[in-house]
Design a protein around this ligand. Structure first.
Ligand code: ZN
Ligand code: ZN
Ligand code: FE
Length: 763
């Protein structure tokens, strides 16, 4: 018996060829009815017998398009209808929005074939795409995902494109950014102030790259600055624009084979780098001198594959002319301001450089994502942006209201919760800069509109000086709850793994505002019966000069190694003006602007001063990254930390480790310090976790915080804990750095709602 049923499918189902897939499947089973994109999800209505219907449904789940992800399928009976055909009907918009917006996808192999086939009408056309590839999130203004709500709305499709677009059997059926040289966007540039278009413009940019000039290229989520990574002057020029003396830049290559001469690449890294998400993947250099100009003194370099047709065409033309190098491809911005995305801004800011513009507007600015793969083939993310945003994270909750989470001030990402899912914003950056704060506010409004978010409650970090907190307080929420920074880090791991309770948390990072007002960053928590207790932490040391310590890292060294002042003074003698050393010691002794801290990030900085002799940090985590590169050295032993128990709290003392480091340094073993120090940190984590596990009968450990962006460290931790009887959890879907804070804030709120509403928690 045939009856009419309605199927509502949610997940990543728009802009990935889902409707043509359903259409073809319906034809296969001779079903009549319709499929439509709505803001509620993909809706199918069809008449079928139970048997046929079940087969149809099974096929949907098993054979769904490669880029789609189904998060839910709801089936209901609906009034009997007679259909005489199966149709794809126009998108219906209504207010109940639950459907995801797809992330931007790298060019697919079919489209690569199209652009390099001289008989194809899209030969060398830089905006070629299909339902399996192309821009998505970056061009969407509102949902449902339909051409008229994207920045492609200003281009009318030519007859041929329109035919592809409306043919269910065509690869470009309802590919919203579908375009061709006749009807679509174009590139242009200015050569000696003369406007040139298309191939001529691309050829000009290619010429400029070959003559080692720094050029700008508009991509999917913004402009890139590109240059030859092996040319000293080009890289110098690039650093001048970015005001970054040593910060590493990412590399783009045309294919994987071309990178194999420079770096090691495992199968998992290969899969990740060549996936449609096409992120920057951190790869180990074959030797430290490779890419020395762009990744100075580091053991790895960020690499991505040319992910748009425009990039592919540029590389092809470069190769045709004998230029076979990879390219530096870094976000076009000043210092750490937002990425430049609009033609007008690029023209204003970069008029001295050759710029390749195009007229497919970028609505949502989005950077390249940065990831790495650890030794156990787990993906670890550093920057979550293109290819990943706005994919949601399921947190298994039936809480009905929407929630906003403000995130932290560094590496900010905010987040929204609705219907069991968390949607995290693209990487916004450091809110210290007013440009990033404007980007934050704009993106907040944009996300609200895109997803119809209506939160009445917000969660923010409790740091009194945080802009994220202050801005959120200006947004008119009914209620705002404040969560401690490191507790949010731990909850971000719990959220990813759907863990409710009963876990030990290890949070090591640079700076977070502690519950006692001190600067935390080396904390152990016990989370049990919904109660969060700080159970252990590094003994407080002083940070003379406060925030200055994060750039003038010798201040942290001076303080952390101050149990041996004679050594500190003689070590710093030739590196820092001795007058300043005396002033800083004096500040510390008299408690002038010397806040207390337990930050492991600062301890890593201090150790890096001893090991590398560099007393200044040119960019965030420079010191830790440099000593990470030295940690692989085979050594015996590790530095031990003493632990003091006081009223149920374990204080970690660093003095013995400091003495041993100084001893090694004085005895000509400076090159072994990093390896022993890293090992010591891992042994310490294990020792305290085992103690807390036995005392509290807890077998799980969540590890998070920016310190764990260190691949050597997380590899060793995973190895060390293997036979410990404890299960450890690390971030994978969100960064362990502050980019993961907003997810943790939301999860903390969800898990503590009853308490929070009774007002007896951190508020
Ligand atoms: Zn394609
Ligand atoms: Zn066309
Ligand atoms: Fe943090």
């Amino acid at each position: 018996m045939s009856r009419t049923r309605k199927i509502v499918i949610n997940g990543i189902v728009q802009g990935v060829g889902f409707r043509p897939f359903i259409y073809n499947l319906a034809k296969k089973y001779s079903l009549n009815g319709f499929v439509s994109n709505t803001s509620e999800g993909v809706i199918i209505e069809t008449n079928a017998s139970d048997d046929i219907f079940n087969e149809f449904l099974n096929d949907i789940k098993l054979k769904k398009p490669p880029q789609s992800e189904i998060s839910s399928i709801k089936i209901s009976d609906t009034e009997e209808k007679n259909f005489d055909d199966f149709k794809i009907i126009k998108s219906i918009s209504n207010d109940l929005v639950t459907t995801s917006i797809p992330a931007d996808l790298a060019i697919c192999s079919d489209c690569i074939n199209d652009i390099f086939d001289s008989s194809n009408r899209r030969y060398l056309y830089p905006f070629t795409n299909c339902t399996n590839c192309g821009p998505r999130f970056s061009i969407i203004k509102k949902i449902p995902y339909d051409r008229k709500w994207t920045t492609m709305s200003s281009f009318d499709m030519c007859d041929e494109c329109a035919e592809e677009y409306s043919d269910p059997l065509n690869r470009r059926f309802h590919a919203q950014p579908n375009a061709c040289p006749r009807c679509g966007p174009r590139v242009w540039s200015f050569k000696n102030k003369k406007l040139i278009y298309d191939d001529e413009a691309i050829n000009f940019i290619v010429d400029e790259i070959i003559s080692n000039r720094v050029v700008l290229i508009k991509g999917i989520g913004g402009f890139h600055i590109a240059a030859n990574p092996f040319d000293e002057n080009a890289v110098k020029e690039l650093r001048k624009i970015k005001s970054r003396d040593f910060k590493p830049f990412a590399i783009m290559v045309s294919n994987i084979d071309s990178i194999k001469n420079y770096v090691f690449i495992s199968d998992s890294e290969m899969n990740l780098i060549s996936s449609p998400k096409a992120p920057i993947v951190m790869l180990k250099k074959k030797n430290r001198k490779i890419f020395e100009l762009v990744a100075t003194s580091l053991d790895s370099v960020g690499v991505m594959i040319a992910y748009t047709p425009l990039h592919r065409i540029i590389f092809k033309k470069l190769e045709d002319r004998g230029f076979k190098n990879p390219l530096v491809m870094t976000s076009a911005n000043f210092k750490d301001e937002p990425l430049v995305k609009d033609n007008s801004a690029a023209k204003k800011l970069f008029s001295n450089y050759p710029v390749l513009y195009h007229n497919r507007d970028i609505h949502n600015r989005i950077d390249d994502s940065v990831l790495m793969v650890d030794r156990f083939n787990n993906i670890r993310i550093t920057r979550r942006a293109r290819g990943y945003v706005p994919n949601s994270i399921n947190v298994n909750s039936d809480f009905k209201d929407h929630i906003f989470a403000a995130g932290a001030d560094m590496k900010n990402c905010f987040a929204f919760y609705r219907h069991g899912e968390v949607i995290i914003s693209q990487h916004i950056g450091d809110l210290e800069m007013v440009e990033n704060r404007n980007f934050y506010i704009k993106s907040y409004k944009n996300f609200k509109k895109l997803f119809n978010f209506l939160p009445f409650v917000a969660v923010a970090d409790m740091h009194p000086g945080y802009y994220s907190k202050q801005i959120t307080e200006g947004f008119n929420f009914k209620k705002i709850f404040y969560v401690q920074h490191h507790i949010s880090h731990i909850y971000s791991v719990m959220a990813e793994n759907n863990i409710d309770d009963d876990i030990i948390g290890v949070a090591f990072d640079g700076v977070g505002y502690g519950l006692d007002g001190n600067i935390w960053g080396g904390e152990f928590f016990v989370i049990k019966n919904r109660d969060v207790k700080r159970a252990a932490g590094f003994n407080y040391f002083k940070l003379p000069g406060g925030d200055l310590c994060s750039s003038e890292i010798w201040r942290s060294f001076l303080s952390i190694f101050s149990s041996n002042r004679g050594f500190v003074k003689s070590f710093l003698k030739d590196r820092v003006d001795p007058k300043n050393v005396d002033i800083v010691f004096n500040m510390m002794d008299k408690n002038i602007n010397s806040p207390l801290s337990s930050s492991v990030g600062r301890i890593f900085d201090a150790v890096s001063v001893l090991v590398t002799g560099s007393v200044i940090s040119n960019f965030e985590a420079e010191g830790p990254m440099k000593i990470e590169a030295l940690a692989y050295k085979k050594v015996k032993g590790f530095y031990d930390f003493d632990i003091n128990e006081n009223g149920g709290f374990y204080s970690i003392l660093i003095d013995r480790a400091v003495d041993e480091m100084i001893y090694d340094y004085k005895n000509g073993r400076a090159d072994e310090i990093s390896a022993r120090f890293h090992r010591g940190i891992v042994k310490l984590i294990k020792k305290i976790c085992i103690k807390l596990s036995e005392e509290n009968k807890i077998k799980r450990v969540a590890i998070s915080g920016g310190v764990f962006q260190n691949k050597f460290l997380i590899n060793l931790i995973q190895e060390e804990f293997r036979k410990s009887g404890l299960n450890i959890y690390l971030n994978s879907a969100v960064p362990s750095n502050d980019g993961g804070i907003s997810l943790g804030q939301i999860y903390y709120y969800l898990k503590n709602i009853s308490k929070l509403n009774h007002g007896n928690l951190i508020e």
